[in-house]
Design a protein around this ligand. Structure first.
Ligand code: PNW
Length: 476
């Protein structure tokens, strides 16, 4: 098993999870600042106001990346640092731009290839208040297009662009379950506003169109000169039928991937929403206008893949409730024969299953005709890790084994199955603000001591990563 000689590997983070400094240098508020301030929304009552303080420690973080041997780093920009109010007629904050320009210069200087995510969930709060943010089909894509243009122009040295991180999470967790900002849901115990039967599908549609607009700007105005590439990052689990003998479970397992991934990837690669979704959702799933479809269809230079886990899937009863977003099915950690998908972690949704990574790489490659794939996130939490102290907390053998097995599964998909995977970024470079779970769940290969000035210390998995890749990347 092997990976191509020019394979890039490194780590990923996101602005709101690591930067902190939310009041510094003219940054505007985001929907996550607002959401975190509502009591009960974040498990430990915290927020991202300090996080890892990465905004003020860029050279420390770059030195860390270098020590670990990384050749790539994926991070996201805070839109509200660049345009504090977010809109296309709002003032631009040059200090915010300068910060990221210098960061990219410093990464390149250190020999690390930057992958920039334009939006990793932290929508400027002013846009949410002004016109409903992601719910607005006309305004949001235009404001995103403008923001993207400002950034492409300012940072020509970055050659790898990701429009959105995980639109599934923005749509479903933000507008169906209300688990993430802005927290809208039909569940009136959780929110006074929201419609889980309609809003997530509208938001998903608007994100696709906004992605298409940003890609068009890049291709029309920047690509020829800057010679970069652009795509979107989608999240999705692999699935296995709960009962492999039951064709309804086999179909449901496939349908689960369609509802999670093909919702976005089919319009981009195939020019339409999946039939299974249209069938279940009817006119609650928006129709593309011809103009919208022209923007979306064919809009990926590469596929950004976030992947963590797999599930067993049982078919539903054929009559899903209006708030169903899974596709009339249920997910299970055990199958009919009592076999377990993988061990528990600190995250209720995550159980390691490395074979599923190979399975999903193949599934995507077949459905979308072997696109270039960058794995833009992959990693794990560890049950009870946050209860440990130094030095035990640094000995994350469970995480090391996760990476070892997932990287080897990817190398097999590359050399034995013909999957075109070109890069891999582990989640995450360091422990950080894990959204609704606050700081209690850790995903870092580097330990961050929040009680002691955000001090960083490499865990075992961090130190082993280079060795794992050296063993499988082909030498020229
Ligand atoms: C991803 N789920 O989120 C995000 O891109 C990261 O910001 C995050 O820290 C990381 O994974 C670890 O959680 C997800 O519930 C969050 O299925 C939740 C789910 C999937 C992805």
């Amino acid at each position: 098993m092997s990976l191509p000689s020019d394979f890039l590997w490194g780590f990923a983070t996101a602005a709101y999870q690591v930067e902190g400094a939310t009041q510094q240098d003219g940054r505007g508020a985001t929907i996550w600042d607002t959401f975190c301030a509502i009591p009960g929304k974040i498990a430990d009552g915290t927020d991202g106001s300090v996080a890892c303080d990465s905004y003020n420690r860029t050279s420390e973080d770059i030195a860390l990346l270098k020590r670990l041997g990384a050749t790539a780093y994926r991070f996201s920009l805070s839109w509200a640092r660049i345009i504090p109010l977010g809109g296309r007629n709002d003032p631009i904050n040059q200090v915010g731009i300068d910060h990221y320009v210098k960061f990219v210069d410093d990464l390149l200087e250190a020999g690390i290839v930057p992958f920039i995510t334009l939006l990793h969930w932290d929508v400027p709060d002013a846009l949410d208040k002004r016109y409903g943010g992601l719910l607005n089909r006309e305004e949001f894509p235009l404001d995103f297009e403008h923001y993207a243009r400002v950034v492409f122009k300012a940072i020509p040295k970055c050659k790898n662009w990701i429009t959105f991180n995980e639109p599934w999470c923005s749509s479903i967790l933000g507008y169906s379950t209300g688990f993430f900002a802005p927290g809208r849901t039909s569940n009136r115990a959780k929110s006074p506003v929201g419609d889980s039967s309609r809003e997530p599908w509208i938001v998903g549609h608007n994100l696709l169109v906004a992605h298409g607009r940003a890609v068009k700007v890049y291709r029309d105005e920047f690509k020829a000169t800057n010679k970069g590439q652009i795509g979107i990052t989608l999240n999705g689990d692999y699935t296995y039928p709960w009962d492999p003998e039951d064709p309804r479970d086999v179909e449901a397992a496939n349908r689960k991937i369609e509802f999670a991934i093909s919702w976005f990837a089919d319009p981009i690669y195939l020019g339409k929403y999946p039939d299974s979704m249209r069938k279940q959702l009817g006119d609650r799933l928006p129709e593309f206008t011809p103009e919208e479809l022209a923007l979306v269809h064919g809009s990926n230079d590469f596929y950004g893949m976030n992947h963590y886990t797999a599930d067993y899937v049982k078919h539903g009863n054929g009559n899903p409730p209006p708030e169903d977003y899974l596709g009339d099915l249920s997910t299970h950690p055990y199958n009919k024969h009592g076999e377990c998908i993988g061990p528990e972690t600190q995250s209720f949704w995550l159980r390691p299953n490395p074979e599923g990574f190979r399975g999903l790489l193949n599934w995507l490659s077949k459905r979308y005709n072997y696109p270039a794939i960058y794995v833009t996130e992959n990693g794990t939490s560890i049950k009870g890790e946050n209860d440990l102290k130094e030095p035990e907390i640094l000995n994350d053998v469970f995480r090391y084994e996760y990476f070892r097995d997932y990287i080897n599964a990817m190398a097999k998909a590359s050399s034995e199955d013909g999957v075109n995977v070109k890069g891999y970024m582990a989640w995450s470079l360091m422990d950080n603000f894990e959204w609704a779970e606050g700081y209690e769940t850790r995903f870092g290969v580097t330990y961050v001591n929040y009680a002691d000035g955000q001090q960083r210390k490499e865990k075992y998995s961090a130190k082993k990563m280079k060795e794992l890749f050296d063993a499988v990347i082909k030498k020229d």
